[in-house]
Write a protein that binds this ligand. Sequence first.
Ligand code: FAD
Length: 303
Amino acid sequence: MAQRKSQRSPIRASFEFFPPKTPAMEATLWTAIQRLAPLRPDFVSVTYGAGGSTRERTHHTVKRLLAETELKPAAHLTCVDASRAEVDDVVRQYSTTGVRHFVALRGDGQGGAGAAYEAHPEGYRNAVDLTAGIKRIDPDIEVSVSAYPEKHPESPDFATDIDLLKRKVDNGATRAITQFFFDNDLYERFVERVRRAGIYVPIVPGIVPIHDFTKIARFSAATGASIPAWLAERFQGLESDPHTHSHVAAAVCAEQVLDLAERGISDFHFYTMNRADLVYSICHILGLRGEAPAEPVSEAAAA
Ligand code: FAD
């Protein structure tokens, strides 16, 4: 692996969490947040479950982040199964609580990722409209949106996808966060297309540390993210060997982010799955430092 001396720009990370369902999951989430917070992420985002199913839990997590940490939370918001008035209410509630950043998404239909999407008759049709709606309510609020280096599975072609991204940016989005990917060349080619289309906002790579290769491979099929053969080979035979699996995962992820950093990328968005272990190691390799822990970090705290 590279022992490179480069002149790269300072690295900035952001972390994505999902709202916990049970008190035990809440404890796990907060252990992860406490471990990752000293790395001073640019922001931390909290996802919004399909059909607004986590509306309250997302809100609770975001409010707790505001009340108990110095972190800057970004609330994910989707258009699914809600009228514009309902979504606007959620935006206003967040805005009153002090949230200054949304990740605006269309979301998926009832069938989940890959199923045909039907907009609510009185709702926002997609993230283009939602971005405009949020900006109408508060023009100063920051809006990030999604981008798909391997194109969205419902999209007929890259041109449609990139046109949609352009409209999201024209409506006020100032950052796109990508779906996860493992082939950096695909990401680079996508960014070139995006720039050729006159889109100049940061296209922040979404990085997924592989806690469970089998699950990621299954999920990838629905999201349109491809699994290169070399990646599958690296995890081959590790289904019942979690220890080696986690070492391989750290090596694979470090390789990916260091390569991206060498290509000039300085912002990374980590899909943490509410676990700090791999993300903390990768950020350390990227040069991000928190305060040295006063006491040895236990395995439970690291995970
Ligand atoms: P949009 O950008 O609105 O559109 C995506 C695709 O839909 C387009 O590329 C196009 O193919 C098609 N499309 C939409 N409108 C049109 C149109 N008018 N004409 C032609 N084609 C159209 N999901 C959640 O439920 N909760 C979350 O918190 C969440 N967070 C995410 C965070 C990130 C960074 C990413 C990348 C995805 C996230 N998702 C989340 C998943 C996302 O909701 C799905 O990928 C969904 O299918 C598309 O949402 P979008 O905002 O990307 O859609």
